[in-house]
Design a protein around this ligand. Structure first.
Ligand SMILES: [Zn+2]
Length: 565
């Protein structure tokens, strides 16, 4: 590639490599361009690095017997009905309708398509595990509060799926995937943490993640324990709730004024702290309505609640649905619901371990003071369904948990056999028809590119890990003669894919600055003085030193595929 025609050149002068943030520095160095809606386009330099990353990841997968495939990215509505995920995505993702009225969804989840695909093979017992991978551009619309799509974020994603005869084999396979990726990421200078993650809209047993240690400057929220190392995504983290236990007092029905319309107002009116008020909310799951009963200073984790409800579909009940059960919907309450099997009541542990709460009564103008779980109200189930707060105690060792921002790189989901059962993906194993167990793994590649770039930064620019550099050689002619020009062209023609030929009229020092900034590991400088000896100057980015190098040796190495000099 000739620098003069490269899309995306070094921009701006006199900027500080040290001070610019990574995204800005990547833009300055010509790896990417920020678009107006704050997403990014990768320029040729950035794309070359990304492709090299992909090829390393692919080689690791290929070595483990994974097979590359191309699958449709849109999911047919019929498949979503079968899997039970239609309602989750309806109205919430991009979709298309063809002339027959059939709908196709851009869900960003591919379990349905993978199962529809794998089902078409008559897989025999000894073909397991089956592992496939493919790339997609996930598109997620960003909505405003009125439900209008503001913009779309796109994520180039590497999706990997594995199919197994049973959970035991899936459980054995999952750590080998994470270990292989961990090794690669370590090689790229990315230290990783193994954390519990979120299932989002997926059925599954459990989700984990390899998370890049970004020194607290990442983009995902985690709770972690500095003492024992426990770490989980904020909405999945568990804690021993801090409790405010007092001696149980007898409950008392009290009148509240009309002006008490919110929980905040109620606490203010009664002069009690927010943790003394119980908040209830109504949700709709795939199977039923669920009422959550939670202490006022905690919020409900939809992740935990969805997981507990055994389905992927979970949303807040609409006002109309709420009005079906509760004419006064201000302060919902489990009181009096014991007989109503249409609503499943889940009481959060924060309430179970506390005492003397203020609680709604499903009766206009009244609440219950000193309400206690087990005395004044019950639930169908008690569970941990709230989001941990900083300072809550670690469930493993009792140390206060801290909030920490790091970046997930690889998500691993133990999906299990729920989709297979629903979608009829069975295999005959030991003469018995059994649902196939699935594991799914995904990498947001552009995010990984940013993380790698961030870790690769040094004094001069990007010191890319070996094998990821956008070009192997930076070549330029520092001579004045026709011979020097011819030799430069001859070197370039020998390996044009791996060489960035700087044909600008600039001093050599400026050109080397570009080589440093973009992270090209070697520069070959042709000058008149060395021409007669058929030698060039070879500059190494890592040491900053130049040495003489024989042109014939250079060309011989190119020919033999040797890329170290
Ligand atoms: Zn701990």
């Amino acid at each position: 590639m000739r620098y003069s025609v490269l899309l995306g050149k070094v921009q701006g002068v006199g900027f500080s490599v040290k001070e610019a943030d990574t995204s800005l520095l990547l833009a300055r160095a010509g790896f990417l361009r920020h678009t107006e809606d704050a997403s990014v386009s990768l320029l040729p330099l950035g794309t070359r690095v990304l492709r090299r990353m992909e090829s390393v990841l692919e080689s690791v997968l290929d070595k483990r017997g994974a097979q590359p495939v191309e699958l449709p990215q849109l999911v047919r509505s019929q498949s979503l009905f079968t899997s039970g995920r239609y309602e989750i995505f309806d109205g919430d993702v991009l979709y298309f309708r063809n002339e027959k009225g059939e709908e196709f969804f851009q869900t960003g989840h591919y379990e349905e398509n993978v199962i529809d695909f794998l089902k078409t093979f008559a897989v025999s017992e000894n073909e397991f595990p089956i592992c496939v991978y493919f790339y997609t551009n996930k598109i997620r619309p960003l909505w405003d509060q009125t439900g209008t799509a503001l913009a779309a974020r796109e994520y180039r994603t590497l999706n990997i799926f594995s199919a197994h005869r049973n959970m035991i084999e899936l459980n054995d396979f999952l750590p080998t995937v994470s270990a292989a990726f961990r090794e690669i990421l370590n090689g790229w200078g990315i230290r990783t943490l193994y954390t519990e993650s979120e299932l989002h809209h997926s059925f599954g047993e459990k989700a984990f993640a390899l998370t890049a240690d970004m020194d607290g400057k990442g983009s995902d929220r985690f709770f972690y324990c500095p003492k024992c190392g426990y770490m989980a995504r904020s909405h999945m983290a568990k804690s021993a709730h801090s409790s405010h236990v007092e001696e149980l007092k007898p409950s008392q029905k009290i009148r509240i004024p009309q002006s008490c319309r919110t929980y905040e107002k109620l606490a203010e009116y009664l002069g009690v702290p927010d943790y003394a008020v119980i908040r209830c909310a109504l949700f709709r799951t795939e199977k039923s309505f669920v009422m959550t009963v939670c202490r006022g200073d905690y919020i409900i984790s939809k992740e935990k609640l969805g997981h507990l409800s055994g389905g992927t579909y979970l949303r807040a009940a609409t006002p109309a649905e709420t009005a079906l059960f509760f004419p006064d919907s201000r302060f919902l309450s489990p009181v009096g619901l014991d007989e109503d099997d249409r609503i499943h009541v889940i009481v959060d542990e924060s309430v179970v371990h506390g005492s003397n709460f203020v609680l709604g009564l499903n009766e206009e103008g009244f609440v219950l003071q000193n309400a206690n779980f087990g005395v004044d109200f019950e639930g169908n189930e008690t569970a941990d369904i709230s989001v941990v707060k900083e300072g809550d105690l670690c469930i493993q060792c009792g140390e206060p948990l801290r909030l920490r921002k790091e970046s997930e790189v690889l998500r691993l989901i133990k999906t299990g056999d729920e989709y297979s059962k629903r979608m009829g993906f069975y295999a005959t194993i030991r003469k018995k028809r059994q649902p196939v167990c699935l594991g799914s793994y995904s990498v947001d590649l552009v995010r990984l590119f940013f993380i790698t770039a961030d870790k690769a930064r040094d004094r001069h620019g990007f010191g890319w890990p070996r094998g990821l550099e956008p070009f192997l050689l930076y070549l330029f002619n520092d001579g004045q003669t026709a011979e020097a020009r011819d030799l430069t062209e001859a070197v370039y023609r020998a390996l044009p894919d791996e060489i960035l030929l700087d044909d600008r009229l600039l001093p050599a020092a400026k050109k080397l600055q570009t080589a440093r900034l973009t992270g090209i590991p070697y520069a070959v400088i042709v000058d008149d003085a060395l021409l007669k000896k058929r030698r060039v100057r070879l500059w190494t980015r890592r040491t900053g030193r130049k040495r003489e190098y024989a042109v014939d040796l250079l060309l011989k190495k190119f020919k033999n595929g040797n890329r170290t000099f």
